[in-house]
Design a protein around this ligand. Structure first.
Ligand code: WT7
Length: 656
């Protein structure tokens, strides 16, 4: 598949392609017709408080009922005021008084092939033990716990244990570097860390504990560390600092297996999750208890049409918001069985995902376009070897999915039988905002289609005026919704500025979009300096500050360029300190430096050396020009040594 094929397919698809929900699927679905969806949606945006109050009573179990549905003092929302609730009790205890108690909550497979199954009762006991261990380490409600784990059941146990005692977790993706981990620990003042000796990835050990040790040299607020023994001897020697580091099997396993859930206020802070914005500093997105849980619960149920007998597999890492809402909280709150897999999709070969689906009879698969495109590249022979007939629904998330990949997913993985839901949302929104309800809304390759219930989306110009059909504009949300972010940790001004000031009166998503005649939304991607590399969000500024922290670099500018597999690739234009000549050695050093300071996910695809960076007369770097050069739309004829961008800059002064 090439981009050219894709363009051809897109133009064909524009004419007619849309897939109505299969009749049998619609008949059994929670929402089974377009009319039913439209009726629900209209009522939900007309009277959001009535709608959400009803959902909150129906879908959540309250310790104390709420008195008032919403207090909205823009841009600050409080939902379900006066209510008391516990997230872990909703995900576990309520299922342990029904037949669900002995149902598998987590079916887990490690990369080497080892397996574990935890029923809801098992999970409740493990979570209670971990919660008791955290309490014995002095953790109090509101304290921050940083979690840096491989994809093993203890990652979910740790998250739920925090919620059980009212502590906030901040999960840091295991692919982030020790520096990135230290920054996050410091920003939120984490008191305890939970990690593992390592995790398995592509047959090798990811040295998590070594990274933690390095991070803790720079993050003094962390007083204790719980360490799961995952890889043992294979990970080499790790050090356990006496009085600070405790093996999970010593500190947790001996604890009592019951723990009274903390009665959290609806607006009690639940977790923090760092994500990249358009500055050099990641922002800690704050989510609170009841509203977040409601969003995750109801969207899991309706978007994936979740039923009691489903086996739900969301391939995201718990280090991302998708792993929070659709690996852990949403499915567990619904009493579903989830599959969790530790390792790489191509280990030992490209058949791994499909073999897992066959082995566990997975019925719902939720993954990212990058993964789908990598599988296309690896070849149909891999999925074709396995029985994928257990699948009933497919989902996509994290980046725009190109129609050709969508069509392949539907045909080769879904056997032309499964609805495909392209779900648009963000770390900030907490749960899915735009997506077809699979039994109700026709699916259109490349479009996330219609807003979820209660979501009042619009496409506007920079003054907030709606643009016409099929015109591009800014995607905004006009009304507050329960799972929306409540702020940026420690930075109220940035919260107001980033999300609620750029376009008057509404939440600004940072994405461009258009809406077609049928009312379907087409997401066009970020319009700010945020890159989306393999569905992971990275800030160009963060990479630039990493580059300029290297002794050889005078100036750096980072832009994205289209990438057939990863969606976007990272291209860095660098001018070196006086007297230094460009070389492959420096190029490699710079790539390694970025990977070391941020994480391997930020490793540049290309470093290009320039005499000086092209600037406008007022001194702004000409990013649009650099993007064109990076994408090959404009040639400098010279990528080997030192590019002279000044000439091009002179031709393009209109950017000023
Ligand atoms: C950004 C949010 C949502 C969880 C994973 C990413 C892009 C997300 C889609 C989609 C087109 C998408 C947007 C958004 N994005 N889903 N279905 N189609 N673009 O969360 O790291 O907070 O990133 O990802 O640009 O703003 P995130």
């Amino acid at each position: 598949m090439t981009m050219a094929d894709d363009l051809a397919i897109t133009s064909v698809l524009k004419e007619s392609r849309s897939f109505a929900p299969p009749k049998a699927f619609a008949k059994a679905a929670h929402v089974g017709s377009l009319a039913a969806y439209e009726k629900l949606w209209k009522a939900s945006v007309k009277s959001p408080e009535t709608f959400w109050a009803k959902q909150a009573k129906e879908h959540l179990q309250w310790i104390k009922p709420f008195k008032k549905t919403l207090e909205w003092k823009r841009p600050f929302a409080k939902w379900f005021i006066g209510g008391k609730i516990n997230v872990s009790a909703n995900c576990l205890d309520r299922h342990c008084v029904t037949a669900t108690r002995n149902k598998a909550a987590i079916i887990w497979e490690g990369e080497p092939g080892d397996t574990r199954v935890l029923t809801y009762q098992d999970l409740l006991r493990e979570v209670s033990k971990c919660a008791n261990a955290l309490r014995s380490l002095g953790v109090k409600p509101g304290d921050r716990i940083s979690i840096y784990m491989p994809m093993i059941p203890e990652a979910i146990i740790a998250m739920l244990a925090c919620t059980r005692i009212g502590a906030m977790h901040t999960v840091v993706f295991g692919g982030f570097s020790s520096d990135a981990l230290a920054d996050r620990n410091n920003d939120c003042g984490a008191k305890v860390m939970i990690t593992a000796d390592g995790g398995w990835r592509k047959g090798a050990v990811v040295p998590l504990k070594v990274n933690v040790d390095l991070a803790l040299e720079k993050s003094p607020t962390v007083k204790s560390v719980l360490v799961v023994k995952r890889v043992g001897e294979a990970g080499g020697k790790i050090t356990m600092k006496a009085g600070r580091d405790f093996w999970w099997h010593d500190a947790v396993d001996s604890m009592a297996n019951t723990c009274e859930p903390y009665a959290a206020d609806s607006e009690h802070p639940l977790f923090l999750l760092y994500t990249s914005g358009s500055t050099g500093k990641p922002k800690g997105i704050v989510h609170t208890t009841a509203g977040y849980l409601l969003g995750a619960t109801i969207s899991s149920k309706l978007v994936f049409d979740l039923k009691a007998d489903d086996v739900f597999w969301c391939t995201a890492d718990v280090g991302w918001v998708t792993g929070h809402s659709y690996v852990a909280y949403g499915p567990l709150s619904n009493g579903a069985t989830i599959l969790m897999y530790e390792g790489a999709p191509n280990f030992p070969d490209w058949g791994r995902l499909w073999s897992l689906i066959e082995k566990y009879r997975v019925s719902i698969l939720y993954t990212a376009p990058t993964a789908i495109r990598s599988c296309i590249r690896a070849g149909d022979q891999w999925p074709n070897k396995y029985d994928l007939t257990s699948l009933k629904l497919l989902g996509s998330v994290g980046e725009p999915i190109n129609p050709a990949a969508w069509m392949w997913y539907r045909k080769v993985i879904g056997g032309n039988r499964c609805p495909v839901v392209d779900t648009w949302w963000q770390t900030e929104t907490g749960s899915i905002m735009i997506s077809p309800l699979p039994g109700a809304v026709s699916q259109v390759p490349g479009s996330a289609t219609k807003p979820f219930l209660g979501v009042d989306a619009e496409i506007v110009d920079k003054n907030g005026k709606p643009v016409g059909k099929n015109s591009g504009g800014f995607l905004v949300i006009k009304k507050p919704w329960p799972s929306m972010l409540r702020g940026i940790w420690g930075d109220e001004a940035r919260y107001k500025e980033q999300y609620w000031s750029q376009i008057p009166g509404v939440y600004f998503t940072g994405d461009g979009a258009r809406r077609d005649k049928a009312g379907n939304y087409w997401i066009m991607g970020r319009i700010d300096d945020v890159l989306n590399v393999s569905g992971h969000r990275l800030s160009t500024m963060e990479i630039e500050s990493s580059l300029v922290s290297h002794e050889c670099v005078a100036e750096a500018a980072v832009v994205g360029r289209p990438d057939e597999v990863k969606g976007e690739g990272i291209v860095c234009f660098v001018s070196l300190q006086g007297g230094l000549a460009p070389s492959d050695k420096i190029r490699d050093q710079l790539k390694a430096h970025v990977a070391k300071t941020i994480g391997a996910l930020a490793r540049p695809d290309e470093i290009r050396f320039a005499e000086a960076l092209p600037k406008t007369r007022s001194g702004k770097i000409m990013r649009r020009l650099l993007r064109d050069i990076a994408a090959g739309r404009q040639s400098t004829q010279d990528t080997s040594t030192l590019e002279d961008l000044a000439v091009l800059a002179n031709l393009r002064q209109e950017e000023d």
